[in-house]
Design a protein around this ligand. Structure first.
Ligand code: AMP
Length: 416
């Protein structure tokens, strides 16, 4: 029988790597704390309806990427493909509107999308997600963008481009949409198949298409900037003034879109120069009409999500530090079987004093226990007949080879 493998597009993150993940998440947690965002833990599956309405029926995610199944109670549920819709659902369900506004939330966890796996693209991946709900102010958009940039700064990342645009609102976007369709119409037949179907349903997404011919066709398309209503224009200018004030280096990309009715005003992405095709480390923006789309009242919101795998790939490419790999300080060695009980007790004493320690459980010889110590720890603490009689431990510094006899108490004080 063939051994069972993990599903395509998933990965095991093992001990040689997981400490790096912890470093990135801890860094994110610290940044979120400094900006006043509180962590929430939301379900990994939700009613399918939440994503159909909260992400949008015409998106790739809802059309072809969701892991949807019927549970034993006959309800259609979906493994979350993103967190924003859940965040807004949670805001409404827990009546966060009655608390301080904006509600500032962050969360981390796995997302699921049935996409073709490639470098930086998985079917299960981890997002770090930040959302500010309840405020219209352009400086909240600024705070969100600033928070994401500060996160990457603390990780030591460089070679990142922040690209920004406005996608307007339901007042001004339909006019732009029409102008864009009129512009594309004469060359409709040349568009790729996806863009042909986008033409009616979601024409702004054509600006985003990676196919060379679609790129060429839309190159001189009218810019949404010329169609923004006064409110959207002012919001964008205010955000840009704020970004200038903090010295943020941001590129205005008029082709960047979200292309869904409830995404409004700000759209942005942060792109890594060290990744290939899947080069977005972060995507975000404002979605003032999402709460209504999922059946709630009007709640403006803005946020971003960053994929941890792409952040780590970029860090690795740039040789960034991940802090220190956890290692045992002590490996306790029983020089003879009669010393095993005291060796065990020494290990326990060290652990209770926050000194990481381990010992042999495989009945190995003294020589091979010393070898394990050399591989795994900074100190070997040896207990044999002599040590048992004197109530001490022989402590060998595996770095410089020096050796001394200490009582367990002295050892704890030395290593603490
Ligand atoms: P999105 O929700 O599509 O705007 O994605 C936000 C961020 O999540 C992207 O910028 C990526 O960093 C990450 N991401 C999205 N899809 C994937 C995927 N399939 N695999 C790995 N990371 C992803």
């Amino acid at each position: 029988m063939e051994a069972i493998k993990a599903p395509r597009g998933t990965r095991d993150i093992l001990g040689n790597e997981s400490w790096k993940w912890a470093y990135v998440t801890d860094t994110f947690r610290n940044v979120a704390d400094d900006y006043g965002y509180r962590e929430v833990h939301l379900p990994i599956f939700e009613h399918t309806e939440l994503f159909c309405r909260g992400v949008g029926e015409t998106t790739d995610i809802v059309e072809k990427e969701m892991y949807t199944f019927t549970d034993r109670g006959g309800r259609s549920v979906t493994l979350r493909p993103e967190m924003t819709a859940s965040m807004v659902r949670s805001y409404l369900e827990n009546n966060m509107a009655s608390g301080p506004q904006p509600a500032k939330l962050w969360g981390a966890g796995p997302m699921f999308r049935y996409e073709r796996p490639q470098k930086g693209r998985y079917r299960q991946f981890v997002q770090l997600d930040v959302e500010a709900l309840g405020a219209q102010d352009a400086f909240v958009d600024l705070e969100i963008i600033d928070l994401s940039m500060e996160f990457y700064r603390r990780l030591g990342l460089s070679n990142l481009n922040v690209v920004l645009n406005s996608v307007g609102c339901p007042k001004c976007r339909p006019v732009y949409r029409k102008a864009l369709q009129d512009f594309l119409k004469p060359r409709y037949d040349e568009l790729c198949d996806s863009c042909k179907s986008r033409y009616e349903r979601n024409p702004l997404r054509i600006l985003d298409c990676k196919s060379p011919i679609c790129k060429e066709i839309s190159e001189n398309a009218p810019s949404i900037m010329e169609y923004l209503c006064d409110e959207c224009k002012e919001h964008f200018s205010e955000l840009r003034r704020g970004l200038d004030r903090i010295g943020a280096n941001v590129i205005h990309d008029k082709r960047l879109v979200r292309g869904l009715d409830y995404y409004t005003k700000t759209a942005y992405e942060i792109l890594s120069g060290d990744l290939g095709a899947q080069n977005a480390v972060c995507g975000g923006g404002r979605y003032d009409n999402l709460a209504e789309a999922i059946g709630g009242p009007h709640v403006p919101g803005v946020g971003f999500a960053s994929g941890i795998e792409r952040v780590m790939l970029t860090m690795e490419a740039q040789g960034c530090s991940f802090g220190r790999e956890p290692a045992n300080k002590v490996y306790a060695v029983a020089a003879e079987p009669s010393a095993k009980l005291e060796t065990m007790n020494l290990v326990r004493t060290l652990r209770m004093n926050h000194i990481s320690a381990d010992m042999d459980y495989m009945g190995r010889s003294l020589k091979s226990q010393m070898k394990s110590a050399g591989n795994m720890a900074s100190y070997a603490c040896i207990i044999g007949g002599d040590e048992l009689a004197k109530g001490v431990v022989t402590v060998k510094n595996l770095g410089d080879g020096t050796q001394e006899e200490l009582t367990p108490e002295q050892l704890v004080n030395k290593l603490k």
